[in-house]
Design a protein around this ligand. Structure first.
Ligand SMILES: CC(=O)SCCNC(=O)CCNC(=O)[C@H](O)C(C)(C)COP(=O)(O)OP(=O)(O)OC[C@H]1O[C@@H](n2cnc3c(N)ncnc32)[C@H](O)[C@@H]1OP(=O)(O)O
Ligand SMILES: CC(C)C(=O)C(=O)O
Length: 558
């Protein structure tokens, strides 16, 4: 490696910076550049059909400003812009944005593309960075200013004769982050002087991190410095357009908003040149997770992903913030345990402030199911298994039973090394607890109740049952103060090791009048070992007896 080839980015001199003490409290003006910056970076750019699909998604999500393309670049870009206007695909409150280099012939073509449109943002750019001035344009600062001013003059002249009712100018000193701040200011002032923005006709100054070159705090300093030094700040909308070369595009945008920006350009899932543009969804979801209305609809994330993937032919990474397939899934035991407890606590809470460990947002808010939240492999624990049995199948296992079922599942994951599906977990549970009538099986069961006084203290239950014990049919009879006690007394004559009833729990399984009941019984043998049984029946007494038989069999089968 050749670290000496590289030089450190110079910090901005701004000792009284204000942005670190600010907080985010409202959504900025969003502008999607999926159809332009996102599109220009794709191996296979979108066809008009795909652009239309993506445009409709962005519109449904609530974007009011969309950069629809670079109409002078290609016929497809031009045709798509025309299609939006000719087929009246724009809602009243929407504005399309079109990008052009500051070259007369390209600006003319751009105006042809937007003819007849009600409102448009014409976005003119030229690179202003030290590097590009030297190697691309080979021009001095004044010549670079002249390119920008000439571009603005051309837009102004065409706007005067255009039939577009409302034309707004956006100017980008492209590669702003590689430009000396005072020069970026100088060129923007020259643009302002030419365009003459007013309170009612503001100009958008877009300050791109065309290449992300520094830490996000430096970008924030650059934005704050610019906001504090630009003249007629009240006639200017400051816009951010970050890329993600250092992996901090989201952070740079968030700090840039603190530093005074009003508007944010970006793309869905951060598609864009190289490592991508700003991921607008992440910034919006970050706001949402802090209780700030992001003013974008993201409640059907799977639909957004599907359309995005179909249009761009790119994949959303499994770990992508908020959207990835794995981001609401926990494999590891301690996470699963905490998530389960967090859900239980949240469901009991009155005021419902979301606070579930490991889950920054409620996955249901973006249309994700709880089902996939906990997945089971060899890193998982009993809490996750119990969660699946409860969430997917309705079994609320007693807490003390969790280690037992956890162990049964762990045995399988240790043997196979594979992830188990929810159905696999259920099968392990079912085979272990419901398929256990191997040594002692119930054939028939009847119980009668005698209640000797109104305080129910004199309750006496008599049970007559037929069981198969070690292959032989046996009739048993017993009495007790409940069906379980009566049945236990009845089977004393069989050769079954002594046990104590350690735990009993029951609940209805699926609600409604014909709901099944499920019972859990823990039996402790003379060695102090407790094993559980589970029983299910429409009759709660029978569910309890089945749970008892399940537990006895589990003790006897070694
Ligand atoms: C950071 C960004 O994402 S900016 C947007 C980038 N997007 C795109 O470039 C996609 C669409 N672009 C295109 O299809 C083409 O580049 C076109 C149609 C715009 C222009 O095509 P061409 O004129 O054939 O080629 P090219 O883009 O290479 O033009 C380069 C010339 O324009 C000049 N130029 C480049 N950018 C600008 C600008 N913003 N304003 C004025 N002149 C510019 C260059 O200095 C160069 O001039 P030279 O010929 O005197 O050396
Ligand atoms: C045209 C500009 C805004 C751009 O795309 C960039 O700088 O990345």
């Amino acid at each position: 490696m050749h670290v000496n080839k590289y030089k450190r980015f110079e910090p901005v001199k701004l000792d009284d910076r204000q942005w670190p003490s600010k907080t985010l409290d409202k959504a900025p003006i969003w502008c999607s550049v999926d159809l332009r910056d996102g599109n220009q970076s794709l191996p296979v750019p979108m066809s008009v059909e795909k652009k239309t699909k993506m445009f409709n998604l962005l519109k449904d999500m609530g974007f009011k400003e969309i950069e629809v393309g670079f109409p002078s670049a290609s016929q497809a870009e031009f045709d798509f812009t025309r299609k939006l206007i000719d087929e009246k695909m724009l809602d009243e409150d929407m504005t399309i944005q079109v990008l052009t280099q500051a070259r007369d012939e390209l600006i003319e073509k751009t105006f042809e593309a937007i003819e007849g449109c009600k409102r448009a943002i014409v976005h003119v750019y030229n690179s202003t960075s030290t590097l590009q001035r030297k190697v691309v344009f080979q021009k001095d600062k004044q010549a670079i200013i002249d390119i920008a001013v000439q571009g603005v003059k051309k837009v102004k002249a065409l706007a005067e004769t255009s039939n577009v009712e409302d034309i707004m100018l956006e100017y980008s000193p492209e590669s702003f982050t590689g430009t000396e701040l005072d020069f970026a200011l100088e060129i923007c002032e020259a643009v302002i002087k030419e365009w003459e923005p007013t309170e009612d006709n503001k100009i958008i100054l877009n300050l791109p991190a065309t290449v992300e070159m520094s830490m996000p705090n430096i970008y924030a300093d650059q934005i704050e410095w610019f906001c504090r030094n630009i003249s007629c700040r009240e006639h200017v909308i400051i816009s951010l357009h970050t890329h993600n070369d250092r992996g901090t595009g989201v952070a740079a945008t968030e700090l840039g908003i603190l530093a005074g920006a009003d508007r944010v350009e970006g793309t869905l899932f951060g598609n864009g040149e190289r490592t991508g543009n700003l991921d607008i969804l992440t910034v919006a979801m970050n706001m949402y997770s802090q209780g700030i209305d992001p003013e974008l609809h993201m409640d059907d994330m799977n639909n957004i992903i599907n359309i995005y993937e179909a249009c761009t032919l790119l994949k959303v990474h499994e770990r992508h913030p908020y959207a990835g397939e794995l981001v609401y899934t926990a494999f590891s035991g301690s996470h699963q345990d905490a998530i389960k407890k967090g859900f239980d606590a949240y469901n009991h809470e009155q005021n419902k402030t979301w606070e579930v460990p490991y889950l920054p947002i409620d996955p249901a808010d973006i249309g994700r199911e709880y089902e996939a939240i906990i997945r089971i492999n060899s890193q998982s624990g009993k809490g996750g298994v119990a969660y699946i049995l409860q969430a997917d199948y309705g079994y609320r296992l007693p807490k003390k039973m969790h280690p037992e079922i956890g162990k049964l599942v762990q045995n399988v994951t240790d043997q196979t090394g594979k992830e188990l599906s929810s159905q696999d977990i259920y099968d392990i549970f079912f085979n272990a607890y419901f398929e256990q009538e191997k040594i002692l099986a119930l054939k028939s069961f009847e119980s009668t109740l005698e209640d000797h006084d109104t305080t129910h203290k004199g309750i006496k239950v008599t049970v007559s049952a037929e069981v198969v014990f070690r292959g032989k049919s046996r009739k048993i009879q017993g009495t007790g103060n409940g069906p379980i006690a009566a049945f236990v007394n009845g089977i004393r004559e069989l050769d079954i090791e002594p046990f104590k009833l350690a735990e009993y729990e029951e609940h209805s399984l699926n609600g409604g009048a014909d709901a099944e009941a499920v019972a859990y019984i823990g039996l402790t043998n003379e060695d102090g070992v407790t094993k559980y049984g589970v029983g299910k029946d429409c009759n709660i007494n029978l569910a309890s007896i089945r749970a008892l038989i399940s537990a006895i069999n589990r003790h006897m089968i070694r």
